[in-house]
Ligand binder design. Structure first.
Ligand SMILES: [Zn+2]
Length: 103
């Protein structure tokens, strides 16, 4: 038997069998980072009388006070450390604000 073959080109099927859903780009979400820490978080080691004034307990005057200057903390000798803890006088900075030339 002879099988009649059709020499024709195969009919290409249309690729529109199922509509391709366009890949919608996800909208950029604005990530709001909370930069503020939780209120009420206190440092138990910090004992500052006046909030906002960066003074170490060993400071004799606030920074910028005329007649005063930054000096080596006499308690820790400028190391900022007393034993294994921070020097309480200079708050671990090793420097305190003290009067200059005063008596
Ligand atoms: Zn000190």
């Amino acid at each position: 038997m002879q099988t009649p073959r059709t020499p024709g080109v195969p009919t290409p099927r249309p690729a529109s069998s199922h509509p391709d859903t366009p890949a919608a780009p996800s909208p950029p979400q604005a990530v709001a980072l909370a930069g503020e820490s939780v209120a009420g978080e206190e440092d138990p080691g910090a004992s500052i009388d006046v909030p906002g004034t960066p003074m170490a307990p060993g400071d004799q005057a606030p920074p910028g006070t005329p007649g005063t200057g930054e000096g080596v903390c006499p308690r820790c000798g400028g190391t900022g450390r007393i034993g294994e803890t921070d020097c309480p006088d200079c708050a671990g900075t090793g420097k305190v604000i003290e009067g200059i030339g005063g008596g």
